[in-house]
Design a protein around this ligand. Structure first.
Ligand code: ADP
Ligand code: MG
Length: 328
């Protein structure tokens, strides 16, 4: 009876050997221990069924690792930095084979997509030193919960689909989820909403994202003006931009002084400068975002529109919560 069991385990190992070697010996031992834990107690009574169970459990664990390794690869670096004014630095990056931005743009062009997915736009932002909320892409409920555990609560879920550009409109954003069970239920709801929004909607997955604490919301945008070329915009979120049109534009490339002016010349600037005893926002962090956005659009003239809306401005740093990039 045991023989069948161990034979199954042996087969399972053979089948997954190449993958297993990719994992460290430690995690391989964990796999074995876990699969013993799952089926161990039944070992005395069953032969072949146990062999199958070994196989299934090992497969399950290897899949988990697969998902884990592909996700850690996809999670972009979110450490903010200010790209030096000397743009040869960027040109070097552009020719660098590790350049994600070029790859993402090429891929979108190949697929005939004009609007980049939020995951793609945020990866590009991160590569250009624009800080974004930590995120992962989930393909099912279980994955979403596991990723939420890894990122930490509260969690925001968002639909990732080439057919949905304005996610809130499609019921594609759920904020402030506090448990793994809430995340699983939220995942289901978002997929249902997307299907209701468009019958043959194409769904890439659901973005599992850290929830950025509330703060003053600002917007950075970029457009290609037919007369002036690439232009960067800065304003405050919500009614300030929609109702009061309190925004500033500058033609790219921007210097840090240009960026500072764009911020400080807004009528609502006192909101960022410690209005009514609030802590002043980190203006340098916003200047860095503006300058790096300018570098990005100068490097990639095929970017027709860029919209970082909103960005949470904090007393130390800032975080882009939503990023949209549209190609020509
Ligand atoms: P869309 O603009 O496509 O509708 P957003 O990603 O901007 O979708 O989400 C809508 C709103 O939800 C945002 O304006 C913001 O207020 C809130 N939100 C989204 N993601 C986060 C997040 N990670 N942290 C905090 N708030 C968020
Ligand atoms: Mg938005």
């Amino acid at each position: 009876m045991f023989i069948f069991g161990f034979f199954g385990l042996f087969l399972a190992l053979l089948d997954r050997f190449s993958l297993a070697t990719v994992l460290s010996i430690d995690s391989l031992m964990d796999c074995l221990r876990l699969s013993f834990d799952i089926v161990g107690p039944f070992n005395l009574y069953f032969g072949l069924p146990i062999a199958i169970k070994y196989y299934v459990s090992l497969n399950y664990i290897v899949n988990l690792f697969d998902t884990y390794t592909s996700q850690t690869k996809n999670t972009p670096q979110t450490k903010p930095f200010l790209i030096p004014q000397n743009t040869t630095y960027i040109r070097q990056r552009k020719n660098n084979p590790v350049n994600q931005t070029q790859k993402i743009i090429n891929q979108a062009k190949k697929e005939g997509r004009k609007a980049l997915l939020e995951t793609e736009a945020k990866t590009i932002c991160a590569e250009y030193g624009i800080p974004v909320t930590k995120f992962m892409l989930a393909k099912n409920e279980k994955e979403a919960s596991a990723q939420a555990d890894q990122i930490g609560y509260p969690i925001v879920l968002k639909i990732v689909s080439p057919d949905i550009i304005h996610k809130t409109e499609a019921g594609g954003v759920i904020v402030n989820l506090k448990t793994a069970a809430d995340v699983a239920a939220g995942y289901k709801k978002i997929i249902e909403n997307a299907a209701k929004y468009k019958a043959d909607v194409k769904i890439v997955g659901v973005l599992v994202s850290e929830m950025a604490p509330q703060s003053t919301e600002v917007i950075v945008g970029a457009i290609k003006d037919p007369q002036f070329g690439q232009t960067v915009m800065f304003g405050f979120g919500g009614i300030f931009v929609e109702l009061l049109k309190d925004v500033n534009f500058r033609v790219a490339p921007l210097t840090a002084d240009d960026a500072k002016e764009m911020i400080m010349q807004l009528k609502a600037y006192p909101l960022l400068n410690g209005y009514r005893n609030t802590t002043p926002a980190d203006i340098d962090a916003l200047v860095a975002i503006l300058c790096n956005t300018s570098h990005l659009i100068m490097d990639y003239p095929e970017i027709k529109e860029l919209d970082l809306n909103p960005i949470m401005a904090y007393s130390k740093g800032a975080k882009t919560v939503d990023a949209r990039i549209i190609l020509e």
